[in-house]
Design a protein around this ligand. Structure first.
Ligand code: GDP
Ligand code: MG
Length: 167
């Protein structure tokens, strides 16, 4: 049970917080600068049953110029080359253009299972959460849809167990 897992999502959804929670270290902080796919921050989670190398990937955003387009191609290549993708969305915000753009990128990725993680469940009402889930669930054939809190760790163990089983 081991492999590479990419973490994607628009800014501020909780990518770094989740990776830090899972690996228990503050290593992803530097990754918030836009367009730094070249400096992807990796975090390693080691358990008795296996090892997961997480990649916090800030490079997926609407390209504004040529360099951006190259970055997007790099991002697609990255997502094709990993064992699973964690697509994080923010349960406190409606689906926006940034989320839709990432879904379009995911549609160009072949055969990599994509987990939809609805983050920040610690601060949303249940009905809001259900509304967010239904707004995404038909957009893409997600391998799993898991509501989590990267901050409190709610459901994060379940996520890691599920990933370990898949790898
Ligand atoms: P990133 O840009 O996707 O890496 O997002 P960050 O991990 O930097 O998080 C952005 C903000 O959301 C920070 O202020 C976090 O503390 C906050 N945040 C992240 N996850 C959660 C969560 O599960 N619950 C709450 N309440 N806040 C969160
Ligand atoms: Mg970050």
């Amino acid at each position: 049970h081991s492999g590479f897992v990419a973490i994607i999502g628009r800014p501020n959804v909780g990518k770094s917080t989740l990776m830090n929670f899972m690996i228990g270290q503050k290593v992803a902080i530097m990754s918030d600068k836009p367009q730094t796919t070249r400096n992807r921050i990796h975090g390693v989670l080691t358990r008795e049953e296996g090892q997961i190398i997480f990649m916090d990937t800030p490079g997926i955003h609407k390209p504004k110029h040529k360099l951006g387009e190259q970055m997007v191609r790099t991002a697609i290549d990255t997502l094709n080359g990993v064992e699973a993708v964690l697509f994080i969305v923010d349960a406190t915000m409606p689906k926006g253009a940034g989320d839709e753009y990432i879904i379009e990128i995911l549609k160009k990725v072949k055969d990599t299972p994509v987990y939809l993680l609805i983050n920040k469940v610690d601060i949303v009402e249940k009905n809001t959460l259900l509304g967010i889930i239904s707004s995404y669930k038909d957009d893409y054939p997600f391998a799993e849809i898991i509501p989590i809190s990267a901050k409190t760790g709610d459901n994060v163990d379940r996520l890691v167990d599920n990933l370990m089983d898949r790898l």
